[in-house]
Design a protein around this ligand. Sequence first.
Ligand code: PMV
Length: 316
Amino acid sequence: MPVIPSSACAKAILFGEHAVVYGEAAIALPISNLRVKALCEPGIGLPSGTVIIQVPNLGLDTSLQAMDRGHPIALAIRGTLEALEIQAQPSFCLRVNSNFPFKAGLGGSAALAVAISRSLSAFLGHPLNTDAVNCVAFQSEVAAHGSPSGIDNSVISLEAPLYYIKGEKNIILKPKKNLSFLIADTGLAKKTGEIVSEMARKTQTDLQVRAIMAEIGAIAKSGRYAFEEGNAKELGLLMDQNHALLSQLGLSCPELDKIVNSARQAGAYGAKLTGGGRGGCALMLIEQNQQETIHKKIIEAGAKQVFVFILAGSGA
Ligand code: PMV
């Protein structure tokens, strides 16, 4: 069986996290330089059907057989086998590594599922197409987060900037100009599933929360044009507004606010939390020649790691 390393990118939500769960628009970006890599190798000498799973980033060294059936990784493996209509899997070793933190708002769980599905289906000689991988990853996301919007698995499996509305066709966006971003990790692991459930309760019972979700969706809608134009100034203003609304929902935290404020003071176009919130990462849109200055300031403000990513524009 072929041993083909596969990978999946991380993601950042530019506008619309949480609101996207309630049918509002959102924009998500692939981060191609941050990746989860997965490799399936024949399980030589292992008892028939045994699957060894090693994910050092999660401290996992186990087997599929010993894993809870509802574990997101077990679902990614079983979902892939089901999609390929394989009843009895061969023995194999699955090794997964990531160069970005999990539980940090960068779509780690979806990237894990996409990379596993790609690697396993290639190993079995029938690489699944993007739609099938996306479906497998969505099922795994349900186990990881409860009721995900589907934005993470979609942007990661397509690896393209997306204008996303739950249940509607994915719209791929292309900015005319390069956009430079920094991502700062607070080092605080966030619990997206719990936060999403809390927001679901509030959205049902509190009209003001529902109104804020709609305002966030409106930001994503107007941000679409600014994004396609590559209008960094406008995008930055909208990012700041989006962060303020997420803060009103209680989704920021002092660590995120400190980073976001220091990035703005150091000259970023805009800054906001990205992903589930109350920890995880902040996303900043910057002028490329200010990268070093802003990087230094956000480290001083407490960021544990900083990642750089540039979204290539079409130059149109
Ligand atoms: O924190 P992450 O990377 O899992 O992102 C979650 C995004 C949410 O909008 C909060 C949830 C969702 O399913 O869309």
